[in-house]
Design a protein around this ligand. Sequence first.
Ligand code: BG6
Length: 502
Amino acid sequence: MTEAPTTKTPDPCSFIIFGVTGDLAHRLVLPALYNLAVSNLLPEKFCVVGVARKSMPSDELREDMLKGLKKFANRPVDDEIARGLLSCLTSIAADPEDPSSFDRMREELDKLEQRRETTGNRLFYLATPPNAFAPIANELSRTGMLEENGAWRRLVVEKPFGTDLESAKQLNKQLLDLVEERQIYRIDHYLGKETVQNILVLRFANGMFEPIWNRNHIDHVQITVDEKLGVGHRGSFYDATGALRDMVPNHLFQLLSLVAMEPPVKFDAHSVRSEKADVLGAIQIQSEAEALNNSVRGQYTGGTIGDTEIEDYLTSKDVKSDSTTETYAAMKLTIDNWRWAGVPFYLRTGKALGTKRTEVAIKFKQAPFAMFRGTSVDELVQNYLVISIEPTEGIALHFNTKIPGPSIRIDGVEMTFRYKDYFKATPATGYETLIYDCMIGDNILFQRADGVEAGWRAVQPFLDAWQKAGADGLRPYTAGSEGPEEADELMTREGRSWRKLC
Ligand code: BG6
């Protein structure tokens, strides 16, 4: 085992959560802060400021957050630690539609920081709907709260970063007019997952994978993010968004870029993020006709998953009854560079499917020649390296082996490494790493503006083509199934197939 680098304690700071009464703050941000408190990774001089549009007594907010913490924490809550953390929570009201509220906020914050001795370092976490990012940032800037006068000021935003290429560019510009790129932390929670971070370690801390990690040896790559959950209570967000926007340019492209990027010269934010942006920028931009030909979109109809009845997407709450929003998306992409020319990347993601499974499967080329009589190469098991992210966390290698006995008979076997067999995992939401990194000022795990725009550029033809096609080509699939059958054809027409997910 390598020595752990000394864990740095973050500088004294104020952690300011906009949208403190919302789902994200309760479900993910506070439980992550709590886990950091348990691990002693919060600075000693620290305060949390909960910002909501309407004013609320601090005591009331503390009680509400404590209830939320008990509901969402991924470990039993120690009352003393929780109350210790919440004792430094103060409620402040600010609404971008009432600019004077931001002037008042500034004064209150200055006073609070003096009392708490947090030295002016501020992390503004915008746990709000995306349309509030720019208005809040504008007000923070107008009132001087983003100015770095010897103290650091950071802005954390969550996906979605725009809804298409133009809006992403606009949002990046709006934010970059106010702060520098290094001050912006764009969170994609996939990068908080251990198994996702491990892709870089697998590739670049081992000598044996990289020599075969290219078009000479890899036939294709499959990236799957299948979910069992339907649209649930998120109908109005989801119906305006769809599977592609919700998952592909962010989560699936994070996986793709880690698998496909060139080795960075250094493990620092600039080098890693540049390589990731470069490979996303090398995804071939398809014409709308090509995008239609290389993609499948579907929408689920009612069905059952296990014991749970899933209602038809079109009758779900806050979904338009004639909606053509896709709940499933599959596509084929190619990357125009020396490493990947001619190697297709197949991506698929959907809601209300029979299994919950997130994985990257690297399919190696078939053995070139049938040396073993009676077993043609086509009958050999396909060589896959599978990086499992959920529900199993691990890595599996699929290869052929001899069945014991006098004659040569061959069967496929799987060699599996599971995280839980090797490491005692500390309960984590994935957000701890990200929030801790924001506090110590490490941007490696955050998206940079150029990477975000390169992602949208690659999916834009699919968005345009699908929008024009409307209901044409939208394939129904039953909740609990593996998705539309047409997604299989995307691969079988090229002599390939999706890995069966059981
Ligand atoms: C979110 C999407 O970003 O990621 C959700 O908005 C989706 O629709 C979720 O369910 C999936 O995350 P995970 O970690 O469960 O794969």
